[in-house]
Design a protein around this ligand. Structure first.
Ligand code: ZN
Length: 411
């Protein structure tokens, strides 16, 4: 028998707790980054909410926070997401999955579910890579997908290393690294997330908009840093022929990225960050670092896309007398979520199956454990920006769908 719908006020209450944490007055939206003050505040909030529900909270060796219903052990059903954001990000990316997980636990209890296996709500460290530049940091460390020594040396914009930041947050950096026992405990992982596109407006098999969808795959995605070196000089006295201005090939990067994706339906490539050195209005830069984010089908296709962009930049750099070095900061190949689990959830929830171009902790875990994602409709498709939104009614539908999904997994 179906229980009454989840009260919107219960969602609103948790949501208003979060609304005041980590606001970015300069950019708008939220800036919450791994181990910073906002992140620590959010971790405290999560711990208090989990304890209020009688869940046992622990922080693992990589700073991921786990709240357990039942004794941690084999075959655990795990849900959750992340609490950090991109700089000036929206409210929903990450926290919606954590809030929904807590409310789903409440809902399972209202339904009288008695789990036959442990259930955990997990919050993964620095999913966005907004502070230290490496996305899905907590899940990658846990699964051994990234070298812990390399991670400890990562530093933020202010020069603080990840090791120092972790220590300040009470996480011993010396113990960071693969956690195979913990991964082995996970029987399945289901991450609920705000949709970061607009497929749910049209993806329903019946043609009607759908409040929630089930993830099929994450397309390949990576980040590259292009460092262009020229000759720093005076903006007022250096004539065109004498210039070796790295900003020229930097600009070419932006345009080449647009050309390359226009020729490939479904591909995306973005220059969202440029850093000129020294960065003065009346100075021709001596160096410009350009970060390129590219996402397309699989690893090979994404590689070709980036090669084409880099070739165009190299040509422009040569014409300007500048040098180019390319450093791949990260690359994640296409990830298919567990097809059996996705089919089962789609059938159980009557939800369409949709792909995504965004990376997620569920994508990292999918290589190790059956993983699935539930997406909640986002009316504008805007994400990683303050305009990110989901209607409360859709969020409630998401909580109920997550509770339905977990209930089946817990049997
Ligand atoms: Zn996210």
């Amino acid at each position: 028998m179906r229980t009454p719908p989840v009260e919107p006020s219960r969602f609103a209450s948790l949501w208003s707790d979060l609304a005041v944490i980590g606001r970015d007055r300069l950019r708008g939206g939220y800036s919450r980054h791994g181990f910073d003050d906002a992140d620590l505040h959010l971790r405290e909030w999560f711990t208090a909410q989990a304890q209020r529900r009688g869940l046992d909270v622990e922080t693992d060796r990589n700073g991921n926070v786990w709240a357990w219903w039942g004794t941690p052990g084999a075959g655990a059903v795990v849900t959750g997401s992340h609490l950090d954001s991109v700089p000036g990000g929206g409210a929903f990316d990450g926290p919606l999955g954590v809030v929904s997980a807590l409310l789903a636990v409440d809902e399972l209890r209202v339904r009288g579910v008695r789990p036959t296996r442990p259930l955990a709500v997990a919050c993964f460290t620095e999913e966005e890579g907004g502070r230290f530049g490496l996305a899905c940091l907590g899940s990658r460390l846990m699964t051994g997908a990234v070298d812990a020594d390399q991670v400890r040396r990562l530093h933020d914009g202010a020069g603080q290393t990840l090791a120092e930041a972790a220590r300040r947050a009470g996480v011993d950096p010396a113990h960071m690294g693969p956690d195979p026992e913990r991964v082995a405990m996970i029987g399945s992982f289901i991450e609920l997330h705000v949709e970061q596109g607009r497929l749910l407006k049209s993806a329903s098999p019946a043609g009607a908009p759908a409040a929630i969808g089930v993830g099929s795959e994450i397309v390949a995605h990576g980040r590259w840093r292009l460092s262009l070196t020229g000759e720093g000089n005076h903006a007022g006295t250096t004539v065109a022929d004498d210039r070796h201005d790295p900003m020229i090939p930097a600009a070419a990067t932006v345009l080449a990225a647009r050309r390359a994706i226009t020729a490939r339906p479904g591909a995306v490539a973005t220059v969202g960050r440029i850093q000129p050195v020294p960065g003065g209005t009346n100075v021709i830069a001596s160096r410009v670092d350009v970060w390129l984010d590219a996402r397309y089908l699989d690893g090979a296709a994404t590689g070709e896309l980036v090669d084409e962009i880099v070739a165009a930049v190299r040509e422009e750099a040569a014409l300007e007398g500048c040098a180019l070095t390319v450093h791949r900061e990260s690359m994640s190949d296409r990830v298919d979520f567990d097809p059996g689990l996705a089919m089962q959830l789609a059938e159980q929830l009557g939800a369409p199956i949709v792909p995504t171009g965004a990376g997620h902790d569920a994508g990292v875990l999918a290589a190790h454990v059956p993983s699935a994602m539930l997406f909640v409709r986002n009316p504008t498709g805007i994400s990683h920006a303050p305009g990110e939104h989901a209607e409360t009614a859709d969020c409630i539908t998401g909580v109920e769908a997550l509770a339905d999904a977990l209930e089946v997994q817990l049997r």
